[in-house]
Design a protein around this ligand. Structure first.
Ligand code: GLN
Length: 542
């Protein structure tokens, strides 16, 4: 029997609801249950694929090729369960489905309305998860009180009624702001937000109270009284130095015990949290430090490189070192010699990206790494820029570039117009839709025997997640390999370059995919483990 836990948020956005849901998922797993996490997003985009990462943070790509909310990355990192397309939906997708059905005439003359048609579609999304896990955790994006989230609240209210208290639980995440002038943590916004939730017909049974400082027992009692919630179910959720500590602190505050209590489960075993204790120990007590420069765009919004940051931390965990990340806006290197900022750095990473702005700066960073023999990790766009750099500096193609920035004489990187997915051929033109049309999701690659990447992976067949529209042009392979840039990973049909590496450099690897999406704190991605290891070696040289 599947039990459903709905997680809503109140007072402000960015409360860490996604992280909280993921941490609760990890706790339930540690008690021996199977879990599935999913998210309902109230915005009108069909998926976040067309949204600027600057506004919405990273787009998280699943194996089955969905472009989803970054919270799904937290879910996967905390539970190890690969996220799938059907774990995330949006208002846009819900309406698209309902309207398509209306056009087909499936509603037999009915007037289509938010209630019941939209709410039924939302309930179907949730119900679809029934039977697949012991617990389904369903996070509702946005903040209670937003106009957009009303149909979602109505749908989960109905769903909760249909399931009953034994199978459905509402948890509300809220903020207790500290007002310096009063020297107090304030509970009023929480009271109002619970009231708002109640007016939608939802009674939360557990409150997770985010706060940057310890909360007085009296305050917790007051919240319990005003919000009509058991005292032991008003749970403080204080800020912690590392996100991987969240499962431990939630457990210490009794969250998973209270969830068991709400469902009337009395025979549950205590969770085994050894894995999380080890991770936190390694993060808090590292034996060394490496400095990594991430040369990219949007670097003022950390969320746009969420998985990447985490994967670097995981690489640090694997090597027992702290990873100091220096974010560098790549446009700087278009005016300044990279040496001024990259000397003393132990590893350079150029992440995924889109568009011309800052591209030349990234090319300069790749050049610096190649010439100075500093470990270089190019991810997707970062690989493409490294190949352009090699074509210009080593192979004599002065005007090498990517057609992403317009027509060019030496199109070392060009638009991918066809490729195969399984047995099917995918075709794209330059004038097609932007949404959902990239080469997306898991694709296999064959690694060259004896290459560095084959050694790192310990295998010659891999599968990694992709999200790109352009590819390195295979026609330049021979010219580049002659200069030492080896095409060490290819699509199984031998048509698409997936990995390049120098054979005369300590660690210089470019990958066309996004390995960061599959890295976990308890299972760091081998490329990140190896990159941080190389950076550590480099730090011993300087
Ligand atoms: N803009 C490049 C492409 O579409 C790289 C994409 C990426 O880095 N994810 O191929």
């Amino acid at each position: 029997m599947t039990r459903f836990i709905f997680i809503t948020g109140g007072v402000v956005s960015s409360l860490g609801k996604g992280l909280g849901s993921a941490a609760l998922g990890a706790l339930l797993q540690a008690r021996g249950y199977s879990v599935r996490l999913c998210k309902l997003d109230p915005y009108l985009n069909v998926d976040p694929g067309t949204m600027s990462p600057f506004q919405h943070g990273e787009v998280y790509v699943t194996d089955d090729g969905a472009e989803t909310d970054l919270d799904l990355g937290h879910y996967e990192r905390f539970t190890g369960r690969p996220a799938v397309q059907s774990d995330n939906t949006t208002t846009g997708r819900i309406y698209t489905n309902v309207l398509a059905r209306e056009r087909r005439g499936d509603y037999l003359g009915a007037t289509i309305q938010v209630i019941p048609h939209i709410t039924d579609e939302i309930k179907d999304f949730i119900r679809d998860k029934d039977g697949t896990a012991d617990f389904v955790l369903c996070e509702i994006g946005g903040t209670v009180g937003d106009i957009e989230s009303l149909p979602f609240l109505e749908a989960i209210r109905q769903f909760g009624n249909e399931m009953g208290r034994e199978r459905a639980l509402f948890i509300h995440v809220t903020l207790l702001p500290y007002i310096p002038a009063a020297g107090e943590v304030k509970t009023k916004p929480t009271q109002h937000s619970v009231k708002e939730l109640m007016s939608a017909g939802i009674r939360p049974r557990i409150l997770l109270c985010r706060s940057d400082r310890a909360i007085d027992k009296d305050e917790l009692r007051k919240i319990a009284l005003f919000c009509n919630i058991d005292e032991d179910k008003v749970i403080p959720a204080l800020d912690v130095p590392t996100i991987y500590e969240v499962p431990l602190t939630y457990h210490a505050e009794g969250l998973d015990d209270q969830v068991m209590d709400c469902f009337g489960i009395t025979d549950s075993k205590k969770p085994d949290l050894q894995v999380w204790e080890n991770i936190v120990h390694r993060i808090k007590e590292p034996e060394g430090k490496v400095k990594i420069a991430v040369v990219g765009k949007y670097t003022n919004l950390n969320d746009s490189y969420k998985s990447l940051n985490e994967a670097l931390v995981h690489g640090g965990i694997a090597n027992n070192v702290k990873v100091d990340i220096n974010y560098i806006e790549s446009t700087i290197f278009e005016e300044e010699n990279p040496a001024s900022r990259l000397e003393g750095i132990n590893g350079i990473l150029v992440p995924g990206g889109f568009g011309e702005r800052g591209a030349e700066g990234k090319i300069q960073a790749a050049r610096f790494a190649r010439e100075r023999k500093v470990p270089y990790f190019g991810i997707c766009f970062g690989m493409q820029m490294a190949v352009i750099e090699a074509a210009r500096s080593l192979a004599g193609y002065d005007r090498a570039n990517s057609t992403e920035f317009g027509p060019c004489d030496n199109a070392v990187v060009g638009l991918m117009t066809e490729w195969t997915r399984g047995n099917e051929k995918e075709m794209r033109g330059s004038d097609g839709d932007m949404g959902g049309t990239m080469r997306l999701g898991a694709y296999p690659a064959a690694l060259k025997k004896g290459s560095k990447v084959a050694e790192i992976y310990g295998s010659s067949d891999i599968s990694e997640r992709h999200r790109h529209r352009y590819e390195v042009n295979i026609n330049f392979k021979d010219a580049l390999e002659e200069k030492g840039l080896i095409f060490s990973g290819m699509s199984p049909d031998g048509k698409l370059p997936e990995i390049v590496e120098y054979n005369n450099h300590p660690w210089f690897i470019g990958v066309q995919f996004h390995p960061e999406l599959k890295s976990k704190p308890f299972d760091p991605h081998p490329l990140f483990t190896s990159f941080i290891h190389a950076a550590l070696e480099q730090s011993r040289l300087v």
